[in-house]
Each structure stands twice: as C-alpha cells, then as structure tokens.
Write a protein of this length. Structure first.
Length: 125
C-alpha cells in the first residue's frame, strides 16, 4: 500500500514539475516574441475552447486509450500538433488541439513535444 501511495505522490510531482517547465517556457517565448507585430489570432472564448477540447478528446479517444508508454503519448501529441497546423479557419479547434497536445506531452514527460505545442500556441495566438 505504501508503495502505491509513494508512486502516486512521485507521479503527481513529476506532472506538476512538467507543467511548471511548460509555463516558464511559454512566458519566455512570449517575452521573446514581444517585439513582433501582432499577426496572431485572438484566443477563442472559454465556451468555444471547452467545446472544442471535448470534440478533440472524442475524436482522439481511441489513440489516447491505446497509448501506454511515454513514446506513444508523445506520438499522439505530435499528431495533434500536426493536425493543428493543418487546420484552417477554426481557431477554437486549433487552440484545443494544441491544448490537448500540451497536456498529453506533459503527462508523458516529453518536454520536446510539449514545447512544440506551446510554441505553436504562441505563434498562432
């Protein structure tokens, strides 16, 4: 029993640390891009983002359910990022794809994929 509790505590700390790394990277990316003229789309409103995230999770539920290893989760995150880049005319959909990609990559502990998603958000929004 102690082993399970200890494992869960370590896992939650890893996820929290990964989220913090992603947030710091987002802030750094925003600071680096501060001098560029605004060519980005406005962030979709909360209701649109929430609906789009639900749709993304529904579409990718099989891929997410099949993913077991960190590499498999990273592959799903990479696919989400790729799809977001190919999506045109649907800012809420793009934002949701990148949000889910960031979450999946962070949970997998894959900083490279998480940063790719964060950079895409910074570039687009």
């Amino acid at each position: 029993m102690r082993g399970i509790i200890w494992h869960r505590m370590l896992e939650s700390r890893r996820v929290a640390a990964s989220v913090m790394v992603v947030l710091v990277c987002v802030l750094l990316a925003m600071i680096c891009n501060a001098d560029e003229p605004a060519k980005r789309m406005p962030v979709p409103d909360a209701a649109a983002r929430q609906a789009a995230v639900k749709t993304v999770r529904d579409i990718y539920k099989n891929d997410l359910a099949k993913a077991i290893t960190s590499e498999q989760f990273a592959a799903v995150a990479t696919e989400l990022i790729k799809t977001a880049g190919e999506t045109k005319g649907d800012p809420a959909g793009q934002f949701a794809l990148l949000q889910v990609a960031t979450e999946v990559a962070t949970q997998a502990g894959n900083a490279k994929a998480a940063m790719a998603a964060v950079n895409a958000v910074v570039e687009l929004f």
